[in-house]
Design a protein around this ligand. Structure first.
Ligand SMILES: [Zn+2]
Length: 375
């Protein structure tokens, strides 16, 4: 009741409330068309033992036609993923490895247009016009944008050719592989980071008023929530330096004034504080996601360091660079023991279980299932 994690109160005395799963609910059953917490099988509280396994991420996501969709939830089905941010430390790594089969990378802002690899997904929070047309028009890159950027006057795009900017004849919603998500401009460094139907990217003025937290926003925070929503079980951070100084800005060509650096460093220290608090409160663990930083000297101190090559190995698992595609279409089991564990080379066959050997064109007939041959 009341403490169900999907329940959002509409205030004292309200007849119906917001439910993230059932849209509307009442606290107690009243024989009407709304769900009611006291009879709801989906009701889930943070204290339930089953919480981490049963919790459904309520992030509000829409497709290009502005239809609400659940099709991206748990898309990655527990695979590890990289979150690629713009910090220059990323350049120390062989980023080409991110293009290897089996990996999934969500890149933040223009880092998604990096010359050394192509990410599978992109997230932004600023006006879409600030990001390269080569990201927007690439169907291989899934674009995740706050819902207001998908319509009205905020969905305009630019292109750049021979160093000259011009208007692109496409809007955000006309681009391939575009998805919208609800964004919140407030953040409390606790479970609410995952429990809200909007992704929190920090506190703007309204958020600061609501939470009392310092005013700071950071697109990387959207990346963390989105990767959890997409179903990543481990997130490896790349290019998360949380430190900006002269000549040390981004992993792509984009400079910053001294004042902008100072202001960025102030923001980094606030976000570092938030993430350290969330990590020490066990928030990420509770929602089934482990986070590691591939940069050992990062200004973000919340997460343990894991070397890049180990992260790549984990992300790929048993996916091969050059998959061995021979004999997959041939259904061949052992004629003696029926095992599928058959080693094939050219015409030779060997059963790994019973060690039976035979030639493909001279398959012995053991007739070992009691079926009479040639009946
Ligand atoms: Zn066998």
């Amino acid at each position: 009741m009341g403490d169900c994690v999907y329940f959002e109160s509409r205030g004292v005395g309200a007849k119906t409330h917001t439910c993230q799963l059932h849209e509307q609910c009442k606290l107690t059953h009243g024989g009407n068309k709304y769900a009611s917490c006291d009879k709801c099988n989906d009701s889930l509280s943070l204290a339930d033992d089953k919480f981490p396994n049963e919790w459904i991420d309520p992030l509000y996501v829409i497709d290009r036609f502005k239809h609400k969709t659940d099709s991206l939830r748990n898309l990655l089905a527990g695979r590890p993923a990289f979150l690629f941010c713009g910090g220059p430390s990323a350049l120390e790594f062989p980023l080409e490895h991110l293009d290897q089969k089996g990996t999934f990378t969500l890149a933040v802002n223009n880092a998604a247009g990096h010359s050394r690899f192509t990410p599978q997904a992109f997230v932004c929070s600023d006006p879409p016009m600030k990001f390269s047309h080569s990201i927007w028009l690439d169907p291989k890159i899934m674009k995740l944008v706050p819902t207001p950027k998908m319509s009205g006057r905020r969905d305009k795009l630019r292109m750049k050719k021979d160093k000259v900017f011009s208007r692109l004849d496409k809007r955000v919603r006309d681009c391939p592989n575009v998805w919208g998500f609800k964004r919140e401009s407030w953040l409390e460094p606790d479970d609410r980071f995952f429990l809200t139907s909007g992704a929190c990217w920090g506190n703007q003025d309204s958020g600061t008023k609501r939470t009392g937290q310092p005013k700071t926003v950071c697109t990387m925070l959207l990346g963390l929530r989105l990767l959890r929503y997409l179903g990543a079980s481990r997130i490896y951070l790349l290019g998360v330096d949380f430190r900006m100084g002269p000549g040390c800005w981004y992993s792509f060509s984009q400079g910053r004034t001294e004042g902008a650096c100072e202001s960025n460093n102030r923001h980094f220290s606030v976000v570092n504080g938030w993430l350290c608090q969330m990590q020490s409160r066990g928030v990420f663990e509770r929602y089934g996601v482990e986070i590691f930083n591939c940069f050992s000297n990062s200004g973000l101190r919340a997460f343990p360091h894991v070397p890049f090559d180990i992260a790549i190995r984990d992300a790929r698992g048993i996916v091969e660079d050059k998959p061995d595609l021979e004999f997959w279409y041939e259904k061949e089991s052992c004629p003696k023991c029926d095992s599928w564990h058959v080693w094939c080379e050219n015409q030779s066959r060997v059963c790994k279980d019973c060690e039976e050997k035979w030639e493909a064109d001279k398959r012995p007939d053991y007739n070992n299932k009691g079926k009479k041959k040639g009946k």
